[in-house]
Design a binder for this molecule. Structure first.
Ligand code: ZN
Ligand code: ZN
Ligand code: ZN
Length: 89
């Protein structure tokens, strides 16, 4: 491994899965999303940076929760916004 995972990522042992395949915030506002991400601190499922509202990034900024996982079926990776590190699991 050339890059060590950050402390936030190495603290995660059980990856939270999305409870529903929708962006919680887009559902409230009637918005649309491209891909979904699940916050590993609180389990909120929110939309990615390719989505118009970028709710996952907004959530990180507002809540301080650093790590999201892809909520897309078949994708198995975690990303730390604080350290800009991605790991596969
Ligand atoms: Zn980190
Ligand atoms: Zn959204
Ligand atoms: Zn969160």
């Amino acid at each position: 491994m050339s890059k060590q995972p950050c402390g936030h990522l190495s603290a995660i042992h059980d990856v939270k899965k999305p409870q529903r395949y929708v962006c919680d915030e887009c559902v409230k506002s009637g918005g649309r999303w491209v891909h979904l991400r699940t916050c590993q601190t609180c389990g909120a499922t929110l939309c990615c940076d390719n989505s118009p509202s970028r709710h996952a990034r907004a959530h990180v900024g507002a809540s301080g929760h650093p790590v999201i996982a892809s909520a897309e079926p078949g994708e198995r990776w975690l990303y730390c916004f604080t350290d800009d590190v991605t790991v596969m699991y």
